[in-house]
Design a protein around this ligand. Structure first.
Ligand code: PEP
Ligand code: MG
Length: 575
């Protein structure tokens, strides 16, 4: 069986299928009669035993591979077997006639709320543990098998209807051979993470969940966009050959990873890194990148079920700036909303989340969360070269309001005698077209800006970046995109202020050639794109790049622009 999808992270994988459907249960108020109590007692005790067995098995498995995770599962077992909690649940069943599931939900939620109110960050983090244990025991109560990406303990191809950024942020990436989903587009955050982890991914395959089963052998060809379920032997051999050829070419390109990003005529270009955490794996790329051009801070909020407190955030931001030393780290303030939602925040359901209360708009509603982050960032600024960037700025009022809260935090810290860098650079993302159009007005009010091409394209083209039905309309190479970016580039160059590209186009060597010709000299990208971009930079001259930008300006459609860029890139590579 062959299926076609949108390849969003290149590569070829072959292996066993793992069908991922996260367990979600809504427990409503529910009571039982006396006759059912004995059964609910027994079923609850059985569920505790089964959950304890699962947790012990996980501890054993993780003991060597990931001792920290093993420790977490041990703590979960302590919560699960806590005598007081068990007694409370049984009491609700026996004395108040609560149905077992409802009793479990009530007692665990009580503890979640108690811990959530605590001042101490570490104690507050315990909420997440209580929720995890509650989810585990309710899942067993409902008779559903365990399925969790962070606990995946064998190499597998993940099939899912949809993968949320929070799923991908916690997945055990060593065991993920490839990702296949029914929804999602090239700039969905799952696609972005797959690329940065170099996991082959195919999205937008409607209906594949009806055909795939756990354990099936599958091939994912994320070069040509095919998924094959239960391939024959000859087919498997063909794909193994294709995989070997692809890996060889990728290895060739990887040789450029550590070269200096200097153009053939000596012009230096900044190649910066996009990160979502300060894990050793992500920061490994600090060895071959000039700074961090985009730290997507919201991923820190997606890793647990609680909001990270000021100290926890401070430690993370401090680690990033310390690793990069004098090199710049641009921290983007929270960009929640759109496809990025959190368990730790009660966000209202919206019909059009990408057009809704997202990023700064949400921060203006939840000013305590916003200010906690700003304080943590300011404190970290005294440990290195930290810059702050506001996402989804749509007007000067947005910018003024964000700066107002920043000023409040500065004043607070000053009165508390806490040190911070008073000259920290403050910039914005240009990703709402309105702000791109008025770049000449904005430029005077910021120290720098960075273009978020993912959202800029989504909003300029009126195309939901997640919707596979309209993926063909999401044209990054649309002439309007280049015109808008060229306009901003001219304005920032004239004012002598830094303008970078940190959306996915910043890691696309074809687009980078044109942007250089438009005067942009700073690009921030996933680690996996660094080699390809550096290879092109080292072969390009400024004269050639300008000629390319001039030619591009005369073209009227995305396919024509793509052809031009492709031809130019092939010419450079062949040199
Ligand atoms: C962008 O929109 O281009 C961007 C970099 O931000 P995000 O992808 O996180 O929305
Ligand atoms: Mg964006």
């Amino acid at each position: 069986m062959v299926f076609q999808g949108l390849p969003v992270s290149r590569g070829i994988a072959m292996g066993r299928s793992f069908v991922y459907a996260p367990f979600k249960i809504k427990i409503g108020e529910s009571y039982i009669g006396n006759a059912e109590k004995a059964e609910h007692n027994a079923r609850f005790n059985e569920a505790v035993k089964k959950a304890a067995a699962e947790l012990r098995e996980l501890q054993e498995k993780m003991a060597e591979e990931d001792p920290d995770k093993a420790g977490i599962f041990e703590a979960h077992e302590d919560i699960l077997t806590d005598v007081a909690i068990i007694e409370e649940i049984l009491k609700l069943i026996n004395e108040e006639s609560y149905a077992g599931g409802y009793a479990i939900e009530q007692v665990y939620e009580k503890y979640v709320h108690i811990f959530a109110e605590m001042d101490d960050d570490i104690m507050r983090e315990r909420c997440a543990d209580f929720r995890d244990v509650k989810d585990r025991i309710l899942r067993i109560w409902a008779g559903v098998e365990q399925k969790n990406l962070s606990e995946l303990d064998f190499p597998a191809i993940i099939f899912a209807r949809d993968l949320l950024p929070s799923d991908t942020a916690t997945l055990n990436r060593n065991n993920v051979l490839a990702i296949v989903t029914e929804t999602g587009g090239n700039t969905s955050h799952s696609a972005i993470i797959a690329r940065s982890y170099e996991i082959p991914a195919l999205l937008g395959i409607t209906g594949i969940m009806n055909s795939v089963r756990d354990g099936m052998t599958a091939v994912v060809d994320a070069l040509d966009g095919n998924v094959i379920l239960e391939p024959g032997e000859a087919e498997q051999a063909g794909y193994l050959q294709k995989q070997a050829d692809y890996n060889r070419t990728a290895e060739e390109i990887r040789k450029f990873r550590s070269v200096e990003p200097v153009m053939a005529d000596g012009t230096p270009i900044d190649v910066f890194l996009n990160i979502g955490s300060v894990s050793d794996e992500e920061l490994e790329a600090s060895a071959f990148t000039g700074g961090v051009g985009l730290f997507r801070s919201e991923f820190l909020f997606m890793q647990g079920k609680n909001l990270p407190g000021e100290n926890q955030q401070f430690q993370v931001y401090k680690k990033a700036v310390e690793v990069y030393g004098t090199r710049q780290v641009i921290l983007r303030t929270l960009d929640i909303g759109g496809d990025k939602t959190f368990e730790s925040m009660d966000l209202p359901e919206e019909d059009n989340p990408f057009l809704g209360c997202r990023a700064l708009r949400l921060c203006f509603q939840k000013t305590d969360v916003f200010k906690t982050q700003l304080r943590a960032a300011l404190r970290a600024s005294s440990y290195g070269n930290l810059a702050l960037m506001f996402p989804m700025v749509g007007s000067l009022e947005d910018l003024h309001k964000a700066k107002y809260y920043l000023e409040e935090c500065r004043t607070e810290l000053e009165s508390e005698g806490v040190p911070f860098n008073k000259n920290m650079s403050v910039g914005i993302m240009i990703e709402i077209p309105a702000v791109a159009v008025m770049a000449d007005l904005v430029v005077h009010e910021v120290d720098f800006a960075s273009i978020g091409t993912n959202d800029l394209c989504q909003y300029l083209m009126a195309v939901d970046r997640l919707n596979p039905n309209v993926a063909a309309y999401y044209q990054s190479y649309h002439p309007a995109m280049f015109r808008l970016i060229h306009n901003a580039a001219r304005v920032f160059e004239k004012e002598g202020k830094s303008l970078s590209i940190c959306g996915e186009m910043g890691g696309d060597p074809m687009a980078v050639m044109a942007f250089i010709g438009m005067g942009i000299k700073k690009f921030s990208m996933a680690a996996s794109n660094v080699s390809g971009v550096k290879r092109i930079i080292t072969r390009l001259t400024m004269t050639r790049a300008r000629e390319l930008a001039d030619k591009l300006r005369l073209l009227s459609t995305a396919p024509r622009i793509e052809d031009l860029l492709k031809t130019e890139m092939e010419r450079l590579i062949a040199q």
